[in-house]
Write a protein that binds this ligand. Structure first.
Ligand SMILES: [Fe+2]
Ligand SMILES: [Fe+2]
Length: 310
């Protein structure tokens, strides 16, 4: 992608401070693009253009608004105007038609719901490039290397605080972006927790199988039940074996940081029930498994039979 023109423009027109900022955004965005799977060349070009109109005079902004038919609401809002004008300049004057690049520049100040990786990369690089200097910037830089969405959210939350101190409201595009990120991150967390529970249930099941329990099953009841996510079911040859299996499971789960809520049925009733909150382990003996037939009760749930290699 040829960027000779904009690079010459930067050399001829930008203050030293703005040039340093722009090249800082370029280097940071290229690094983040490589890390998160956006096109580094596009990131580099967007960075060079993103603040092309940052210090444009009121007259110049007015002229661009008229020339490009932009919404007159940007007239008194240079923070927004400079990003919208830069994007339209790239399209109309430089012939750049890549929508993703145009959006990355147009929304680098506010963000918006439904941002692509490239857009997020430019948005974030603008906030954390090496010349930026504000109290939480080091934390944001660290976060940027860990999770793109979490870092974008932290940048937005910081600017929300900053704006509210100044008695100003956030742009609606930023609010939508923030809400979207919060929702997505919360969903990811719930999913991760569900994965963890699945792994824990499988661990308990594998142990039961290794300790010679019979017909070990894991049933995913998360969708159907409000009291737990997974049932682990196993059969033992006797009450005594059921007790010993229960002890083994308790030890294993304790090792994995799972403590029992309450121990039920430890009275030689043929059914030992260990409640670990999201995971419930049931060990049956003396024909009790058939009597309660949990497999049938939860028949429409995903069931995994656990049998380790002999
Ligand atoms: Fe900017
Ligand atoms: Fe910038």
């Amino acid at each position: 992608m040829n960027t000779d023109y904009i690079e010459q423009y930067i050399t001829d027109n930008f203050s030293e401070k703005r040039r340093i900022h722009t090249y800082g955004v370029r280097d940071t965005s290229v690094r983040l693009a490589k890390k998160y799977g956006a096109d580094p060349e596009k990131a580099r070009a967007c960075s060079l253009y993103h603040d092309m109109f940052r210090r444009a005079s009121d007259e110049h902004i007015e002229e661009c608004i008229n020339k490009y038919g932009l919404d007159p609401k940007y007239r008194h809002d240079p923070d927004l105007a400079h990003s919208k004008i830069a994007a339209i300049y790239m399209k109309n004057e430089m012939g750049i038609t890549d929508e993703d690049m145009l959006n990355a520049v147009a929304y680098h100040t506010t963000g918006r719901a439904g941002m692509s990786v490239l857009e997020k990369v430019i948005f974030l690089a603008d906030a954390i490039e090496p010349a930026r200097d504000y109290p939480s910037v080091d934390y944001l830089r660290e976060l940027a290397d860990e999770d793109l969405d979490e870092a974008c959210l932290a940048v937005l939350e910081r600017s929300e605080d900053y704006l509210s101190l100044k008695g100003r409201k956030m742009d609606p595009d930023s609010i939508e972006f923030m809400n979207e990120l919060r929702k997505r991150l919360k969903e990811e967390e719930t999913e991760k927790k569900a994965m963890d529970n699945r792994e824990l249930a499988m661990e308990a099941a594998k142990l039961l199988d290794q300790k010679k329990a019979q017909d070990v099953l894991v049933i995913d009841i998360a969708e159907k039940s409000s009291f737990a996510d997974y049932l682990v079911i196993a059969s033992a040859g006797s009450d005594r074996q059921a007790e010993s299996l229960a002890d083994n499971v308790e030890d294993k789960m304790a090792e994995l940081g799972q403590n029992e809520r309450m121990a039920d049925g430890r009275k030689h009733t043929g059914w030992v029930l260990l409640d670990f909150g999201d995971i419930i382990v049931n060990i049956f003996s003396a024909g009790m498994r058939d009597k309660y037939d949990l497999e049938k009760v939860w028949g429409d749930c995903e069931t995994v039979a656990v049998k380790t290699e002999e």
